[in-house]
Ligand binder design. Structure first.
Ligand code: ZN
Ligand code: FE
Length: 649
């Protein structure tokens, strides 16, 4: 290798240029694409999308030489024999190719244009993160108004001038998997507010392909890099598809002629007390197997839930979790799910004996599993959503067969065995069974799905529970955000049970509190209210609000009343609310006397996790967190695969 990139200087230094230097598809035996280009196993060039490129003599000699760093590097290629890059205008006119295409793309990015860029597992939309006008243009085109964009930096040193990283976060950012790491953004940097509006976090990552390295070093500024897809559709991976679907999002398309066989999104992680927590386990990690603490007696296919879908196949003590498939709201995302499962089954030549899904009758995956079981003549098992979270956490922590834990399963929504919407659950959980010990007292979601998008509706509902019709006379942010007559209609809906299903969701409780505190009345992406609350969390505040436990329910009224009556500053109130949830976990844990496990989407809240860990240390109570799969619904499939062993007779 005669190509050197100096991490310590900010220069992109090429010491000696040989044929491979500045080649955007360079790789060695230990790096380069793998899963994204595999068509079938074993992983040989002929079974990948590199098969159409014939290695030149020089590449072949590297490939065949055991002493060469590119010995048996399946995608080995060079300028002469391998894939190339091409820059097109969004109207399909070819602008340039090879290194000149990259130079020109850089010019256009600097002028404030938006670029669609083909990477390892799909396309990104790319633009200058320091140009407010461009970032706003991208938001308007994508109709994605607030959900934060990830930002790629050319190297760690540059990254650190824009964000505060702990040592451990540095390790995560530099790890070969190159995930997006959620870190604290610095104030007053050149990264514009519209990259991640209203929150203190920033998703950051470093280049993970030679094309990224070249581009980032030439452009020399942080770039927004966001998955290129239509809303709720899978990430675009093919060149033809890019012209069809992305041309109105971008000005230019920088693509290459190495086909992507398996689309794979970027992984997302964050750190809590030097532990890595997944938000999304995908590129770099999937489909590497996870080992179970015991052996399964059946071949299991698990299909996940409905949002952030990840499916899995499992046999023996191995679980192969798929890449992130995403939310299955649209036909094309559902087709992508079906395709991805088929490819996976073929790739591993896997014949399931049983298929496991969520209990929710309306999830696409539940229906799919049912049809699949009929087609293949195999059993279909359904597992309750929150118990699945608990099982996932147990398997993730390698707990042995006879262990029992107190699983705190908090998320936005999941179908309960009483057909209500669960989401604030304390389950005593073993691999065989669970008992619902405690849950957040039921309240109504006025307007059902609509309440999920409007935290103020949830806040109103909680207020109706406490004050009844008198709520309408209160002077509080959620009320002030509604017209008087609308609030009256909502009260009638609440009172008469019109489209107002019951829920015990802690995710929605976060929404309600964000609304009550006046920081968030409606949301435009999932988890937004929690992210905004986290921004105000103040570690030095040690106070709590009151809560009470009544038989099998946790009463939320005292917390809400305390919040209303608390005249402290916003950050104090936010901190006291989050501290209260952490204290609730520990208090129930002390009562039950079992190890506590934290699972479900709510436990992506770093402030809550840190506070719970802090309190558990004081009380000397063991807390289990997720290790290899996300606490959110992306981890469900791991829970589903272990279920049949203990429940299929
Ligand atoms: Zn070559
Ligand atoms: Fe969930």
């Amino acid at each position: 290798m005669k190509f050197q990139y100096k991490e310590e200087s900010s220069d992109f230094t090429i010491l000696l240029i040989d044929l491979k230097a500045l080649y955007p598809f360079i790789n060695c035996t230990n790096c380069g694409p793998r899963f994204s280009i595999i068509k079938s196993l074993p992983y040989d060039r002929k079974n990948t999308t590199m098969s159409k490129f014939l290695m030149c003599e020089e590449c072949k000699s590297e490939y065949e030489n055991p002493l060469d760093r590119r010995f048996h590097a399946q995608p080995n290629a060079c300028h002469k024999c391998g894939p190339d890059v091409f820059l097109y205008k969004n109207n399909k006119t070819l602008v340039d190719k090879s290194i000149n295409a990259i130079y020109k793309a850089v010019e256009f990015i600097n002028k404030g244009e938006i670029l669609a860029l083909k990477g390892i597992g799909g396309f990104h939309l790319v633009c200058d993160a320091t140009n407010e006008e461009t970032v706003i243009k991208l938001r308007e085109k994508k109709k994605r108004f607030e959900k934060p964009f990830a930002v790629m930096f050319k190297d760690l040193q540059t990254l650190e001038s824009f964000a505060n990283l702990t040592d451990f976060e540095r390790v995560l950012a530099l790890s070969p998997e190159r995930p997006i790491v959620l870190v604290e953004k610095k104030e007053n940097t050149k990264i514009v507010e519209s990259v991640a509006p209203h929150i203190k976090k920033l998703g950051v990552f470093l280049p993970y392909s030679p094309l990224h390295y070249i581009l980032l070093n030439l452009v020399d500024k942080p770039l927004v890099m966001t998955s290129a897809n239509l809303s709720d559709e899978p990430i675009v991976k093919d060149n033809k598809e890019a012209f069809e679907k992305l041309s109105h999002f971008c000005d230019y398309i920088l693509l290459h002629d190495r086909d992507i066989e398996n689309r794979v999104d970027d992984s997302v992680v964050f750190s809590v007390e030097n532990r890595m927590i997944f938000v999304r386990r995908s590129r770099g990690y999937a489909p590497l197997p996870i080992k179970l603490p015991f052996k399964l007696d059946k071949n299991v296919l698990a299909v996940g839930g409905h949002q952030k879908v990840v499916f899995a196949i499992a046999f023996d003590d191995k679980v192969f979790l798929s890449q992130h498939i995403g939310d299955l709201e649209t036909i094309s995302s559902q087709e992508n799910f079906t395709d991805a499962v088929k490819k996976f089954l073929k790739l591993y030549d896997f014949k399931p004996d049983v298929v496991v899904s969520d209990l929710h009758p309306k999830y696409f995956t539940t229906q799919w599993a049912k049809d699949f079981s009929v087609e293949k003549g195999i059993r279909h098992l359904k597992v309750q959503h929150h118990y699945t979270h608990a099982l996932s956490l147990m398997a993730d922590n390698n707990l042995d067969k006879n262990m029992e834990i107190l699983a705190v399963c908090w998320d936005g929504t999941g179908f309960g065995i009483d057909e209500k919407i669960w989401g604030g659950e304390f389950l005593i959980s073993s691999y065989k069974d669970f008992k619902r010990m405690l849950h957040l007292d039921y309240y109504k979601l006025i307007g059902g799905e609509k309440a999920v998008k409007e935290p103020r509706r949830v806040a109103l509902s909680l207020l109706f529970h406490i004050f009844g019709e008198n709520t309408l006379n209160l002077n509080l942010p959620p009320l002030n955000s509604f017209k008087e007559e609308d609030a009256e209609i909502l009260f009638k809906m609440w009172k008469n049970d019109i489209n107002s299903p019951y829920t015990s969701s802690v995710g929605r409780l976060f929404d309600a509190v964000a609304s009550l505190l006046g920081v968030c009345q409606t949301i435009s992406y999932e988890g937004q209210s929690g992210m905004i609350l986290e921004r105000y969390y103040n570690k030095s505040e040690k106070g709590f609000y009151s809560f009470s436990i009544d038989k099998d329910t946790i009463d939320f009224k005292p917390v809400i009343l305390d919040i209303i009556n608390d005249k402290s500053d916003l950050d104090i109130k936010v901190s006291r609310f989050i501290n209260t949830l952490a204290k609730l976990i520990i208090e129930v844990g002390k009562l039950i006397g079992l190890p506590i496990g934290l699972t479900g989407g709510v436990f992506q809240n770093k402030a809550l996790l840190e506070k719970a860990l802090e309190l558990s240390e004081k009380e000397k109570i063991k807390i289990l967190l997720h290790k290899n799969v996300p606490p959110n619904d992306g981890g469900l499939a791991l829970g589903q695969v272990v279920y049949p062993l203990f429940n299929l007779f």
